[in-house]
Design a protein around this ligand. Structure first.
Ligand code: NAP
Length: 286
């Protein structure tokens, strides 16, 4: 298929690579053009200098940018040049309201829009094993699914426009409490005179096991946070969650508290640290 891909960051760069390797004709655009040029040096595909150039005649526009305003800008600039009937697949984590707006905008122009936030992080994007939760009408989802298959291990249609973003919010709520629990467990282990690595060996095959424990405990124990999913992005996501909860009446006491802890990590200089850096509040790096 003729595809446009916008946003070549930690996630988008490898995702666009999987599409090129799957045999699609991919044109890439990124705000900082050097990243698009670097992508085109290592992949079969074209770097272009405007969004409209990327979407000219394309059957799908795939985005993985920053936040709501970026998605609005890219969708508005790219929409008209897309082939009629094309689908826009948005992997950015945004508000559900934005997804509904963009779906209406696309539909009025004879195109469609699928909100398709992802889980699995940088490693999942590089390995082509992301989990994708989608919102949109069924026909739009059916067009988007074979494209996303190039970098996904699980793709699920959750309901109408916005349902993918709402599902991603649930994902972030579940992660926030787990990571704080791990941080407190490690802190307690040290205060109790235990070796965190030994503790991991003892408890990681039991009921406390989690993806976060398996993948983040060893680096937390080393005080290493220079990788992964940035605290700034997590605060953006928890802000979306808390706004949605204010509207739907959900009570999210732990999520709200953990969000305030992430604000403290930002104040410590940890904006770009991985989300596992919650432990740094309790065990400041040496
Ligand atoms: P990132 O590394 O900051 O990449 C975002 C990319 O989009 C950058 O290359 C940026 O360009 C580009 N961009 C932003 N706004 C743009 C615009 N208006 N026009 C064109 N290009 C634009 O972020 P990321 O970690 O890949 O995350 C991207 C999205 O996925 C976020 O919504 C994040 O919450 C979500 N997400 C991330 C992860 C993760 O583990 N990283 C996991 C799940 C979901 P510049 O080069 O100019 O900055």
């Amino acid at each position: 298929m003729k595809l446009a891909f916008v946003g070549l960051g930690v996630m988008g760069f490898p995702m666009a690579g999987h599409l090129a390797r799957a045999g699609h004709d991919v044109a890439v655009f990124n705000r900082t053009g050097a990243k698009a040029l670097r992508w085109a040096e290592t992949h079969k595909g074209r770097a272009v200098s405007t969004i409209a150039e990327a979407t000219a005649g394309a059957e799908a526009l795939i985005l993985c940018v920053g936040a709501d305003d970026d998605v609005r800008q890219v969708t508005t600039e790219g929409l008209e040049a897309l082939a009629v009937g094309a689908v826009i697949i948005d992997h950015t984590t945004t508000s559900a309201a934005l997804a509904r707006d963009m779906a209406n905008l696309a539909s009025a122009a004879g195109r469609s829009f699928v909100d398709a936030p992802v889980s699995g992080g940088q490693a999942g994007a590089e390995a082509g094993k992301l989990t994708i939760m989608c919102g949109g009408d069924p026909a739009a989802f059916a067009r988007a699914e074979p494209v996303m298959a190039a970098y996904a291990q699980a793709i699920r249609h959750m309901g109408p426009a916005g349902a993918g973003q709402l599902t991603k919010m649930v994902n972030q709520i579940c992660i926030a409490g787990v990571v704080q629990g791990l941080a407190e467990g490690m802190h307690f282990a040290r205060r109790a005179g235990l070796d965190p690595v030994e503790v991991l060996g003892a408890i990681s095959k039991g009921a406390a096991q989690s993806w976060q424990m398996d993948n983040r405990w060893p680096t937390m124990a080393q005080g290493r946070f220079d990788f992964g999913f940035a605290v700034d992005w997590m605060r953006k996501d928890l802000g979306l969650v808390l706004d949605e909860a204010a509207a739907n009446g959900a009570q999210l006491e732990v999520t709200r508290l953990v969000d305030s802890f992430y604000a403290e990590v930002q104040a410590m200089g940890g904006s770009r640290w991985d989300t596992s850096s919650l432990v740094a509040r309790l065990e400041p790096p040496a």
